[in-house]
Design a protein around this ligand. Structure first.
Ligand SMILES: [Zn+2]
Length: 120
């Protein structure tokens, strides 16, 4: 699966951010992962555990927000939860929607860094 390469790019992003702040250790990385992103959260967590060793993220935790799929329903004229990821129908009225508004994301939304000790 591609979860290992995703874990590696999360580590890359986080290390870069940490470098720009004086190599602070990373406590946690917050992610948003949509149900349509194709990422298996369990697999990503285990890939991350292996990949983080000997990096600034050795003790970091992944905090994942599992984003449900939403569609813009033409009948309700607003955003609604989809029935399922197989059926992109409005969960309220059942109309098939041509437009997914949420649930495809795979992004780093925030990071928690260890405070740096002040040096002269
Ligand atoms: Zn609807």
């Amino acid at each position: 699966m591609h979860e290992l390469s995703i874990a590696l790019s999360i580590i890359d992003i986080a290390c870069e951010e940490s470098h720009s702040r004086g190599d602070a250790g990373v406590i946690a990385v917050h992610l948003k992962i949509g149900r349509m992103s194709g990422v298996v959260i369990e697999a990503l967590l285990s890939a991350f555990e292996i990949a983080r060793e000997e990096t600034l993220l050795a003790n970091a935790e992944l905090k994942i927000e599992d984003v449900l799929v939403k569609v813009r329903c033409p009948k309700c004229e607003c955003e609604q939860l989809a029935d399922s990821i197989q059926c992109l129908c409005c969960s309220v009225c059942g109309t098939l929607s041509p437009e997914i508004t949420e649930g495809c994301e795979l992004e780093v939304v925030a990071m928690e860094l260890e405070p740096l000790e002040l040096t002269q």
